[in-house]
Design a protein around this ligand. Structure first.
Ligand code: TYD
Length: 203
């Protein structure tokens, strides 16, 4: 089971590529800081050695097997938990995190690895979030938003896959998760996010 109680808060943003989660994560970070709260931002994959290895592998034509990919994401996460998340939370900070192990469940799960196994594996070491905000968009909508970042061929190949990823994201339910429609107006999404974060901080 996910471990340790600590003083800070961990707020995670999840969603498929092009869902707008990074924009919203950064907007929340600014909002928290404007209120004088101590907030820090991290992302996965990280810029650390395993995160850089993930990027390097992703750029190669012969891509990794799903199990190898899973292993790299988990190594990167272990490092992120130990070096970044645990210390910030122990110092009482609010951590805004762009992707966490729900991405692994969705992305590597969509490649055929048992999502329950991925979840167990991660929850054996990863600190439990206080809130997971999922921006739901369909694969075509997400791809349209990042169209200028990728070539047409890449996009075509990815749509099928992202449909499965989006389906797994949509399936996360329970008190930890908030689903928001990623197609809504940016500021309206920001207000909805705040309506979930503010009560948490005043508990
Ligand atoms: P992303 O945050 O979108 O990075 P960038 O800002 O460079 O676009 O993450 C890169 C990709 O990695 C994204 O397509 C999702 C994928 N990913 C996984 O497949 N598994 C994981 O565990 C994580 C964290 C990300």
């Amino acid at each position: 089971m996910p471990a340790k109680r600590r003083r800070g808060f961990l707020i995670v943003f999840e969603g498929i590529d092009g869902s707008g989660k990074t924009t919203q994560a950064k907007a929340l970070l600014r909002r928290l800081r404007r209120r004088g709260l101590k907030a820090v931002f991290f992302r996965e994959p990280t810029r650390g050695r395993w995160g850089r290895e993930i990027k390097r592998q992703a750029a190669r034509a012969d891509s990794l097997m799903p199990e190898q990919e899973l292993e790299l994401f988990v190594k990167d996460r272990r490092e992120n938990v130990v070096k970044n998340l645990d210390p910030a939370l122990a110092a009482g900070k609010i951590v805004v995190l762009d992707r966490y192990y729900f991405s692994t469940i969705a992305y590597q799960g969509a490649k055929g690895i048992d999502p329950k196994r991925i979840r167990r594996m991660n929850e054996s070491f990863a600190v439990r979030p206080d809130l997971v905000i999922i921006l739901d968009v369909d694969a075509a909508g997400g791809l349209a938003r990042i169209a200028n970042r990728k070539t047409r061929d890449e996009l075509f190949e990815r749509e099928d896959y992202l449909v499965r990823v989006a389906r797994i994201f949509a399936g996360f339910q329970g008190p930890l998760f908030v689903h928001l429609d990623g197609r809504s107006d940016k500021r309206a999404i920001g207000r909805a996010i705040w309506s979930h974060v503010a009560p948490l901080l005043s508990e």
